[in-house]
Design a protein around this ligand. Structure first.
Ligand code: NOJ
Length: 746
């Protein structure tokens, strides 16, 4: 023990935060002490054991490597108890460089918030920032330094299971969400004890996997890469994100992990990103099956040259980099640059001053079952649900409704509410609020009837009879159907997006009772449910709403909260329509009105057997009240240069309830040197209106909003005619035109 303190006393002055010493100087002072092997150790990250809640088990090989300074970071270790235990191992190493603990805190730590796709349907940046803030507070109080979030991949294919982890299909909107989430995780800055480092992932274009199949090939034009997939990453850099994660996929033939273009030219070059890049799980080693590297040694060579600073789990760096340097194949400068980036973050996090500063049991306790956090989670959940149908004002359920039947495989389900990227705890079944719990909390069990009806999967219809008889005894029927928590998420891609099993059939049986049927759909992606869409009285798409799911659902069903969420992803009618996003090009043969009447015309861009329109468009969502949009007002029809175009519209609440409307602004560049999308979201505004109230909503557009990448990848705007559109969703818009010139003289 005595020896330990003596060593600390000798070494810590070297790292010390003397007032005049900048972090860069302190990093240099550490690097001067490091051997090549110790430097490479900082670039090595190992998996711990996420599930461990008692003492962590880490194998002796890893333990030995941590003690000899051959590990820079460990992932999947949680709680103060466990992180402290492992950090103590690092404190036995020669230089006592603290470990970074990383974890997938995707939408909550102890308090689980709605899945990111759901949250994005709130169109509430402050709320998403707050949810990430709370996740960071809880995680940092429990020993976590670094979250592998936000995922900022644009996703336009609901077959892809990870669509649940992002902010939907729109780049402009996704960029705003990326910045909000980074700010939320990192708070007012690294160095605060409640800030965790964020990680923008997966760089890049992981969401464009062919066929919606995870880890699959991505082949994109440079223009589409720049226009659609890169901007949310740039927004994360601008929001000061601490780290990046590269991606499993190849991009135009090169694995993203080995892409110098992405990591060195764009990220660290043009964008001046000062943080570090971690690989995805074994993605360095996966360059071998990609057919890009012959073995791990070559994979390590390609990855370090490409700018990947830390190796998650594949051991390619720790086993090969030193040799590669000795052979003269890798310049030590590349290693120094990577280590400098990693150590800088460790200094910024304050870990050199106190390696255990995130290991305070009292703070952990204060964030455990924190009531305020749960309250926010309930609010975020209410704001994330999207009301898709409400014929005859079936919802909200009025107080004199006597008996309420709750039917379906998800009514009493608890864990499913957390979605795929949950962080599980032993007492989950006591804490997670199911739909049943939420309703019982509000109206009492006496008024509730229950039948499971069927399982989520499988063909068994034996529960239908009981379900129908329970429905007949009730005044109103709520059916809860959807996906299991692990039917969307990483590696959870599906070719069939219909409601799994016999759930749609169950709903149709219940509809034949003639009772009002409200369908709640919980899922991690847009599902296909055309028959339900036609026949159910009301549909509430809840996604996965987290720990407080049931309370939030009850708030909405019973009218304590008037839903305001709007879809950030298009809902198709059939898998064959995919990809289906609102901001497509017009084609030379646009489908036009025929698609609406359902009679398809041949030699148009459509299908013979189905409408080419979505079931629900991007931006769509209802409220318990109704909103009327007035005429579009423009301050000028001839803006010039960097004029501001003011776009206004009066929105009136014409219904019975106070409600919040998300007013959306789109533009279209009608003729350009590169064909432009039929619509591009450029603004939105949330307005709260009491019944009868009218508010004027104003948007400002500038020539910055007109910019796009031309055929030479220059980011420009061109003068000409533009359509300006405002409305409640991407398919229901008031429109006008302006001519925007370079200068008014013209
Ligand atoms: C693989 C996933 O692609 C990535 O997003 C995640 O952060 C890592 N595994 C670590 O769990």
């Amino acid at each position: 023990m005595k020896k330990y303190w003596l060593l600390l006393a000798l070494i810590f002055p070297l790292f010390a935060s003397g007032q005049s010493r900048t972090i860069a100087e302190r990093v240099d002072s550490v690097m001067n002490l490091m051997t090549l092997e110790e430097k490479i150790g900082q670039m090595n990250q190992y998996n711990g054991d996420k599930k461990a809640t008692g003492p962590i088990s880490i194998n002796t090989d890893k333990e030995g490597q941590i003690k000899s300074g051959m590990v820079g970071s460990v992932l999947n270790v949680k709680t103060v108890f466990n992180t402290r235990k492992i950090q103590e191992l690092a404190m036995q190493s020669r230089l006592k460089i603290p470990l970074l603990f990383g974890l997938d805190v995707i939408h909550g730590y102890r308090t689980i918030f709605p899945i990111p796709l759901a949250e994005s349907c709130s169109w509430d940046m402050a709320l998403m920032e707050l949810a990430a803030r709370i996740a960071a507070k809880e995680a940092s109080a429990s020993g976590t330094h670094w979250t592998f979030a936000p995922m900022v991949d644009i996703a336009r294919d609901p077959r892809w299971g990870r669509i649940m982890e992002g902010a939907g299909e729109d780049t402009w909107y996704g960029s705003k969400v990326a910045a909000a989430r980074v700010k939320g995780f990192q708070g007012t800055g690294l160095g605060n004890s409640d800030a965790v480092m964020a990680c923008a992932k997966h760089f890049a274009a992981y969401g464009a996997a062919q066929g919606g199949r995870d880890y699959n090939t991505v082949d994109l034009s440079e223009r589409e890469l720049h226009e659609v997939y890169l901007p949310p990453f740039k927004a994360a850099v601008d929001a000061n994100v601490a780290t990046f994660m590269n991606a499993f996929n190849t991009l135009n033939g090169i694995p993203a992990t080995g892409s110098a273009m992405l990591q060195r030219v764009y990220l660290k070059g043009k964008w001046h990103f000062g943080g570090f890049v971690v690989s995805d799980w074994e993605s360095i080693g996966e360059m071998i099956p990609h057919g890009y590297a012959a073995d791990k040694k070559e994979a390590a060579l390609l990855a370090i040259k490409a700018g990947c600073d830390m190796d998650m789990q594949s051991r390619s760096y720790i086993d090969n980099l030193a040799q590669l340097v000795r052979e003269g194949k890798v310049e030590e400068n590349l290693i120094n640059d990577a280590v400098r980036r990693i150590l800088t973050k460790k200094f910024e996090m304050g870990l050199f001053d106190d390696p255990f500063r995130f290991c305070d049991p009292e703070r952990e306790k204060s964030q455990w079952n924190n009531r305020e956090n749960l309250y926010v989670a309930r609010d975020v959940a209410r704001k994330s649900a999207v009301l898709l149908k409400n014929s005859g004002n079936t919802l909200p359920i009025i107080s004199k409704t006597n008996k309420i039947a709750l039917i379906g495989p998800l009514v009493k389900s608890k864990f499913d509410n957390l979605g795929f990227w949950n962080i599980s705890w032993p007492d989950d079944s006591l804490r997670i609020v199911s739909l049943w719990d939420g309703m019982a909390n509000r109206v009492g069990k006496e008024r509730l009837l229950y039948a499971k009806g069927c399982n989520i999967e499988g063909e068994d219809e034996s529960g239908f009879e009981e379900a129908v008889s329970v429905a007949r005894k009730a005044d109103i029927v709520i059916v809860s159907v959807g996906e299991k928590f692990d039917m969307s998420g990483e590696g959870k891609c599906r070719s069939n997006l219909h409601l799994p099993g016999v759930q749609e059939k169950l709903v149709m049986e219940l509809i034949t009772t003639g009772k009002p049927v409200i369908v709640m759909i919980s899922a991690g992606r847009p599902l296909i449910f055309n028959t339900i869409a036609e026949h159910a009285h009301a549909i509430l798409y809840t996604w996965w709403l987290g720990t407080e799911a049931g309370n939030a659902m009850a708030d909405i069903l019973l009218g304590d909260y008037n839903p305001s969420g709007k879809l950030t992803v298009t809902f198709p009618r059939a898998e064959g329509q995919i990809p289906l996003n609102y901001n497509h090009l017009n084609t030379g043969r646009p489908d036009g009105e025929k698609a609406i009447s359902g009679v398809n015309k041949i030699y148009k861009s459509n299908y013979l057997d189905i409408s080419s329109l979505p079931l629900y468009p991007f931006g769509y969502g209802l409220s318990y009240t109704t909103f009327k949009y007035g005429e579009l007002m423009l301050n000028t029809h001839k803006p010039a240069g960097n004029d501001t175009l003011e776009v206004s519209i009066d929105v009136t609440n014409t219904g019975q309830y106070q409600g919040e409307e998300i007013v959306q602004l789109y533009i279209r560049d009608i003729v350009a040197s590169v064909a432009r999308p039929v619509k591009e979201l450029k603004g939105f505004s949330k307005v709260m209106l009491t019944p009868g109230e009218t508010k004027r909503v104003k948007f400002m557009l500038s020539n910055e909003d007109l910019k796009f990448y031309d055929s030479n990848l220059n980011y420009i705007w061109e003068e000409g005619e533009f359509q300006v559109m405002v409305g409640p969703n991407s398919a229901d818009l008031k429109s006008d035109k302006v001519v925007w010139c370079r200068s008014s003289a013209k």
